[in-house]
Design a protein around this ligand. Structure first.
Ligand code: NAD
Ligand code: G3P
Length: 337
């Protein structure tokens, strides 16, 4: 396919590399002309993936118009909270028959919208032109060509299959799914749970705590996802438990690392400053995911606790007491917890 990756952060760059390695004609859009220049001349993105040799066939431009001209697949690789603004700026240059693919894992704060909803609202495109990609995909590991898999979700299975073919590389195995809601909720919720896992690690807790948070994190993700119409099997798959395990366990995760800094006693401002401008989506999405849960009458105690730490000044030590002091329950995946 003739593809463009709009956004040259760590995941956008790794995805552009996959698409080239899978045999597509690919360009990237970078906001800063100097980054586009670096990709074109040094074949490296030193700001986000230093030391990774990018394919010589991968080009980059900083003009939106040039980036989008004649592209069949438009990959949106910007953070969730800026997607609406970016797409609004890109809209006039989007080819009318292009397929949009979101990489972002978050829920918009101002609306509670998932990324596929934002894409549809801004562009007016048909559902068959809107897809999302989500799975256990830490950018650096994939840029190093370590084997991994992902989910390409689109309500139109034939379109999902077309994108699947475009992403099939020797080290990257895409699966299709028509459950867009489940794929998106899995990706957004796991970032919030990864913050909780980081906090636990930062406080010095071990694997029992981690496993408890991952498992109960999955339970509350399933509760929210199914309330929104997701298929539970999506959340039992790569975009659900798969991504939860990868993100909650890896020191490469920005969300887990952010949480760990809080657990070690850093302030929110200090943890934010330490990200070096890279996005830890869960810090914002804990608010929108919590709001969605409340709207739908779904209990998400871990998400609530992370929200209170990130936005209401709850001390991480007090969070432990708050979670363990809740009334005892049977272990069921029902509407309450
Ligand atoms: N990094 C990963 O391992 C990974 C893997 C899977 C999914 N994701 C998701 O992909 C999305 C992008 O993540 P990333 O890792 O590439 O982030 P990043 O922080 O590495 O890069 C974000 C990119 O978006 C650009 N950007 C930031 N604000 C912008 C704005 N207002 N307008 C235009 N561009 C803007 C930045 O310049 C940068 O190029 C996130 O939703 C993230 O959760 C990341
Ligand atoms: O670095 P994080 O925490 O944004 O996570 C990256 C990916 O989403 C893992 O699948």
């Amino acid at each position: 396919m003739r593809a463009v990756v709009m956004g040259s952060g760590s995941w956008g760059t790794a995805v552009a590399k996959i698409l080239v390695d899978a045999g597509n004609e690919v360009t990237m859009w970078a906001r800063r002309p100097e980054l586009a220049e670096q990709i074109n001349t040094r074949h490296e993105n030193g700001d986000y993936l230093p030391g990774i040799a990018l394919p010589a066939g991968l080009t980059a431009v900083s003009s939106v118009e040039e980036a989008l001209a004649g592209r069949e697949l438009v990959v949106c690789a910007v953070p969730s909270q800026s997607l609406r603004e970016n797409l609004t700026q890109w809209r006039e240059f989007l080819p009318a028959d292009a397929v949009l693919l979101s990489l972002a894992k978050g829920v918009e704060i101002s609306t509670g919208d998932r990324m596929s909803q934002v894409m549809k609202e801004v562009t007016g495109f048909d559902d068959s032109q809107i897809a999302v990609l989500s799975g256990p995909n830490l950018a650096r590991e994939i840029a190093e060509e370590q084997p991994a898999a992902t989910v390409i979700a689109c309500s139109d299975e034939a379109v999902a299959q077309r994108i699947q073919q475009a992403f099939a590389a020797s080290y990257f195995r895409p699966y299709t799914n028509t459950d867009v809601v489940g794929t998106e909720i899995g990706g957004a919720a796991k970032n919030v749970i990864a913050l909780a896992c980081g906090m636990a690690a930062g406080m010095g807790f071990g694997e029992n705590t981690l496993a408890t948070l991952i498992t109960r994190g999955l339970a509350e993700t399933i509760r929210l996802g199914t309330a929104l119409g997701a298929d539970i099997t999506t959340l039992a798959g790569l975009a659900g438990i798969g991504d939860l395990v990868a993100t909650c366990s890896s020191p490469l995760s920005r969300n887990r690392t952010f949480g760990a800094r809080l657990g070690e006693g850093a302030s929110l401002e200090e943890a934010q400053a330490a990200t070096n401008g890279q996005v830890a989506e869960g810090v914002k999405s804990c608010r929108s995911v919590r709001n969605l849960a409340r709207e739908h009458g779904v209990e998400m105690p871990l998400t609530e606790a992370v929200y209170q730490v990130c936005h209401e000044g709850l001390d991480v030590q007090d969070m432990v007491g708050m979670l363990l002091g809740r009334t005892t329950k049977p272990e069921v995946y029902g509407a309450t917890d």
